[in-house]
Each structure stands twice: as C-alpha cells, then as structure tokens.
Design a protein around this ligand. Structure first.
Ligand code: GLC
Length: 706
C-alpha cells in the first residue's frame, strides 16, 4: 500500500495538476526525430506535460501500453503509473450489438456478458478504464446518441447500466481481466432540445429525479468507479461546472467519493457556453464543482497556479482531486503492477476468438426486433429465386461509430451470413443493376439503413427517414410486387415510409456487431426465434419527435390509438401515437393473454397484490414472449404518466403450451416524486396493464390506502 499522503506532500503544484491531465494516445507516437507529437486536439503539449500526465485516452494495444508505461515510469518525476482509459462501449475488438440493441433483448444479463468479454479483451490489450455505461435516458430519435443509450425507460435503463458495470468490473477492477467503469454523461444529456447533440436541456428537478438520476445511481450502486460530465447545460448551468449536480447530488446526497472526469474538452467549453469569461474561470468552476480529471484540454494546467495566487482556489482543493486520482490508481493496483492486465500473447489469443464471436452472434440474435411478418419468415427452402440487394446486402461495415478497435473486415455481412444456407444472388447497393436483379427474382431481401456516420456522437438528424438513395430504391423495389423482406440497419428508430405498409416483413437489426450477418441469417432461417422488443418508441415521422410511452395524459388525451380527433392532443396531419410502441416486437408464433386478474382490489402498505394472466402459445412455432406489467396512477399531486413499466418477464412457450404468469404489486412500486418533492406513494386509484407492449389494454384496477 502506497502512502499517498506522503506522495502528495512530495509533489510540486505543477506535478499535482498534471495528475489531473488526460492526454491522448497518439500524442506519444514520436516523429522521426523522436519528438512527441506535441499537439493534441489543437492544444500544445510539451514533453514535460506528456511525461507527467495522469492518464491517457484511447491508447490501443498491449505492446503500446507496456512501452508507454515503461517510458513514463522512467521519465516521470514521482513514478506514478499512468491510467489508460478508452471507449470500450460494447466490445473491444469483438463488437457486440450497440447498447440500444442490447436493451431490446430485455435481458440485462446479456449486457453483463458482453461487458465481461469486452473487459477481457480490452484489459489484455492494456486498457484499465472504460467510458461506459452511458446511462442517459433518450426519447428523441433525432438525437444521434440514442444508439448508445438503453432507451426511454428508467427501470430498464437502470437494469442495463448496473449489469454493464458488473460485467466490466466483476468483483474487483484490480483483477487483471477487469476494467473500471465510468458511468456517463452526468446528467440528462439525452434531453438535448430538438434532438440536436450538445444542445441545452431543461429538466425539472422532479423529472430529473424521476427519469434520469436513478440510472446513474444504479451504475454507482453497482460500483462504477468514475463519473463523466455531460456536455449539455442543465437548466442553464453546464453540467461540467454544475456544483448542484456534482456537489449537492453526486458527492453530497449520494456520497460518491470517486473520480469525476470531464467529457472531451468540456471544461474549456464552459467559456463557449457563456458560463465562464475565460479558461481560468472555466477551470475554477469545474474544480469547484468537483471535476477531477480534465480530458484532453489544459485549462487546469495553465490556470491553477494563478487561481491559487489570486486566492480563488486553495492547494488543498487540488490535493483533494489529486488524492482521488491516486486512490483510483491504487484501487486498480497500478502502483503494484503498472501494466495490470496488458499481455500481448493473451491479447492475440482473446481478440475475436471463437468463443467471443459465438457470444456476439448469440447475443445479436436476441437484440433484433421483428417489426412485421406476413408469414414470409422464417424463410423456407423453396425453388423461388431470392435476391439480396440494398446498401447492406453484402456490406461488412455494420458497426456503429463506437466500435473501439472493431473492424469492418472482421464482420460478417448479410450475404456472407446466408452463404451456403440459401440459394440467392446478391448485389450490394441500390443500382439499376440491383433493380434488374429484383425484377428477375421472386423474394427480395432488402438490406438497407443508415450509415454508421448518421448516428452516434454529433450524428443527430433533422429527418429520421431512410437515406434518400435508399428511400428511392426501396420505393422502386416495392412497386415491383415482389415478396420483400426488409433487413434494416440503424442507429435510431426510423420512419420506414412505404416499408411499413408494403414490405412483407421487417427485421430491425440496429448495428448488430461483428457477427451481424450470421445472427441475421439465424433469424431469417428460423435457427433462432426473434424475441427482441423495442425499448424506444418508433415515431410515425420526424414530426412526432420526441415521443415516448410514459407521457402525461394532458387535459385532452387522445383515446384511440388510430385516429387523432380535433381538440384532443394530437396532429391534424399525423397520428398521435408511435408507429411501433415501446415494448413492441413480433415472434414467429402467436400468443394470447387471458384477462388481467388481481388477487384483491385494495392495497395497503406492507401488503402486495398478485396480478396475473395466463399466456398461451397459439401459433405454429415455439417462441418467447416478454410479458410486461404497466401501472397507471390515475391521479396524484402532480400529473402522472399514462402508464409506467413496473415489471416484466420473458416466457418461452412451445406450441400449444400455456402458463400462468403473475407479478407482485407493492406500495413501493407506486412511489414517485410528489408536488412537495418527496418520494412517496399517494392513496387513490391505480390501473394495472399486463400485455405485450405499452399499448396493451388488458387491465384491472385497485385502490391504494395509506
Ligand atoms: C466523447 C464522448 C464521450 C467519450 C469521450 C472520450 O466526446 O462524449 O462519450 O467517452 O469523448 O472519447
């Protein structure tokens, strides 16, 4: 155990502040003269800064990590090991489905498994900390980063965030094959106005506590070692300088004493926010808010000395931040073993190994969502001529932007996945030649979607339609009267236009990861049953954004799902409800529900009500249903959502099989942030819904007595 107090006492102010600097990996690629790059995101970094920084972003590979750590330990003043941090979001080299896709499995254990494998690969490659999970709740399909979120529901988001932390960190991030997690972006980043990335957010404290904070807290409860600030201003105060958020909530109420890191250059951006007059004031506000590490900018390094000389900051406050960083390094075991899990041989064995690929394939099949199927899937072997066309027909670039070290050449395309299992002709693209092939075929697998660059960070779109070329090509294909199976790659819910009405089947695969093509083939051929369910609502059109299932009813609610009537909340030119609701997804069979029943119609504190249905598989194939329990609080001291997901269970039934399904409803499940800001339940009427998605009407009522 290193005496960290003694270590800090020996450090100069400059050396302390450099522990708070995070540089980037490419900075250390010396030029032919051996001089370091010297420039990072346009910021001048000299050798002294580079060799005494506290951590490095984005370094890849065990050999590079070992080499850099050795050189750093040799050149740094106090032999304090570097921390290597990276965006290992949903895989390191073996890439799993993007987080929004993972969430559509409704199986947090799959996120845990994916994170565990990602940690094994990344730690062998020299990474110590990952910038994940992203816990931002998202409701606006225009926002590019919905793909990195787990969707619009706070309960599911929380389950997936904590599962991800468990997977990354295991029981102890000091273990060689584990990563420390960093929950991000604190807080409310997904509420960017207009779905425009980095845009401002206005979130009431009640809404923040009800829908957003619980998911970050879930990650911290699971042990996340670090928290990253969000780029956005929250109610006018940028998160990266927000003392209420990081002081009162995070370090006060939640007693988090770990490290806070800014997002990339976010401290300097406080000036651009109009929240700081210059970089020194930005540094002061971030430090006062409790932000420890400055990611790839140098306002701390360049400003702290004068802030202390002006009496605006004390060296003790710097020592507090430095202590947290050194304690983090101690927690990771870096003082004992600066290389931690870095192991070139193990890296070579693990990355893309068969076991990891198989896991990526199996998990991907659980994340795909069947939106439509007019009995054309699963594909049956027949003498029909099959064509695969569209920009994803034989395209290996099926990873979203947060692909870490994943490479398209590692990936399996749609055509490669079906090769040898089906007779088909494939032309990648939307060319006239592809259309000619469609004309000469009977069954069309139309593999289309967004490019990876159309989503993720800074990937917001003002239209959520198919890209123009694919929209035109799709319409041409659909006019030919063939049997069309659409396989859609996307980083968001899209307005699929004519496909919704005219395609015979739609399989939404998101960005499915390295094994995407094999997983798609498994589903199309019926080797695996589709069981994914949406965790984000699909708007009918961009004009409906943002749209989410747990909205407030308004004083003029639109009752029917189909039509919007005048003088009810809705549009004169579009439906009020989404195309596909939260919780929606088809299987290859059919399920029926008996009427929802309650064990009693009154509930008191300390008691529970059993809500039950009987589920039957009335179709021709086995299948998995995600039975969902929603509750509506009919009246409260604040207006309450039209329903809220409170529980769910995945049920696999064989043909003809029936099963009784029950849920326990307790008073605790009914608590919310009331008008007074207390978190408690209020007496009154409640409606219980048990069904297949957020639009289910299978309901029963009870009354709560306090
Ligand atoms: C980016 C992202 C953040 C990521 C960080 C490091 O700007 O906002 O999610 O972890 O920078 O790459």
């Amino acid at each position: 155990m290193v005496d960290l107090e003694a270590l800090i006492s020996k450090m100069s102010l400059e050396e302390k502040v450099l522990q708070l600097l995070q540089t980037t990996g490419e900075l250390y690629n010396p030029d032919e003269s051996g001089k370091l790059m010297g420039n990072m995101f346009g910021i001048e970094i000299d050798d002294y800064m580079a060799w005494n920084a506290g951590s490095v972003l984005g370094l890849e590979g065990a050999e590079a990590a070992i080499r850099l750590q050795n050189e750093h330990m040799e050149k740094s003043a106090h032999k304090i090991p570097l921390m290597f941090m990276h965006d290992v979001i949903h895989g390191y080299r073996t890439i799993f489905p993007a987080p929004l896709a993972l969430a559509c499995s409704w199986q947090p254990e799959l996120a845990e498994k994916a994170s565990l494998i990602a940690a094994k690969e990344a730690s062998a490659a020299g990474t110590h900390v990952t910038f994940a999970p992203m816990a931002d709740l998202s409701r606006d399909a225009r926002w590019g980063r919905v793909i990195e979120s787990f969707g619009e529901d706070v309960m599911l988001n929380s389950l997936f965030s904590e599962a991800s932390v468990r997977g990354f960190q295991g029981d102890d991030p000091k273990e060689k094959d584990q990563l420390a997690a960093c929950v991000k972006h604190f807080a409310g980043y997904g509420m960017a106005e207009g779905g425009r990335d980095y845009n401002t957010t206005e979130i009431s404290e009640n809404a923040l506590r009800e829908y957003h904070l619980p998911t970050y807290k879930a990650a911290l409860n699971a042990g996340s070692k670090m928290v990253m600030t969000a780029f956005n201003a929250l109610n006018g105060v940028p998160c990266t300088g927000n003392k209420w958020l990081f002081g009162d909530i995070l370090r006060g109420e939640w007693e988090f004493d770990g490290v806070v890191i800014s997002d990339c250059t976010a401290i300097g951006e406080l000036v651009l926010h109009g929240f700081a007059d210059d970089n020194d004031e930005a540094a002061l506000k971030a430090l006062k808010a409790g932000v420890d590490i400055e990611m790839v900018s140098t306002t701390y390094y360049r400003g702290v000395k004068s802030l202390i000389e002006q009496g605006l900051l004390s060296e003790d406050e710097i020592d507090t931040a430095v202590m947290r960083v050194l304690q983090f390094k101690e927690t990771l075991g870096l003082f004992d073993n600066p290389h931690k899990g870095a192991d070139p041989k193990l890296e070579e064995q693990l990355l893309l190994c068969r076991e990891h690929r198989d896991a990526a394939r199996n998990i991907a099949t659980e994340c795909m969502v069947l939106l439509k199927n007019e009995s054309v899937l699963p594909l049956r072997k027949s003498d029909k001529k099959i064509a695969i066309v569209g920009n994803y027909a034989d395209n290996k670039d099926i990873l979203d932007i947060w692909r870490c070290t994943g490479k398209p050449e590692d990936c399996i395309s749609v055509a490669e996945g079906l090769q040898g299992k089906l007779e088909f002709n494939a032309i990648n693209g939307c060319s006239d030649e592809a259309l000619e092939l469609v004309r000469a075929s009977d069954v069309i697998i139309l593999a289309i979607g967004e490019t990876p660059e159309m989503s993720a960070e800074a990937g917001s779109r003002a239209s959520i339609e198919l890209p123009e070329e694919e929209k035109r090509f799709t319409e041409s294909v659909l006019q030919l009267g063939k049997q069309v199976i659409a396989v859609v790659f996307a980083g968001r819910p899209m307005d699929l236009g004519m496909l919704n009405e005219k395609a015979n089947a739609i399989l939404y695969v998101w960005f499915p990861g390295t094994e995407g093509g094999n997983a798609i083939a498994d589903i199309l051929l019926g080797e695996k049953e589709p069981s994914g369910r949406l965790t984000i609502s699909f708007p009918v059109s961009t004009g409906q954004c943002p749209i989410y299932y747990n909205a407030l009813p308004t004083g003029r609610p639109t009752e029917s799902l189909e039509e919007s009537t005048r003088f009810r909340t809705g549009y004169v030119d579009a439906p009020t409800f989404p195309r596909y609701p939260f919780g929606y997804g088809l299987t290859y069979t059919d399920f029926t529900y008996s009427a929802a029943e309650l064990s009693k119609d009154t509930l008191c504190k300390g008691e529970s009500i059993t809500a039950s249905i009987t589920l039957a598989n009335t179709g021709k194939r086995p299948g998995t249903e995600v039975v969902q329990l929603y509750i509506r609080d009919m009246a409260g001291s604040v207006s309450r959502p039209i329903r809220e997901l409170k529980d769910f269970t995945r049920v696999k039934l064989n043909v003809g099989e029936k099963r009784a399904i029950s849920f326990e409803i307790t008073e605790e499940m009914l608590r919310f942030y009331t008008l007074s800001g207390e978190y408690k339940s209020e007496p009154g009427r409640f409606k219980v819904f048990i069904g297949e998605n957020a639009h289910c009407e299978n309901s029963a009522e009870f009354r709560l007595f306090i």
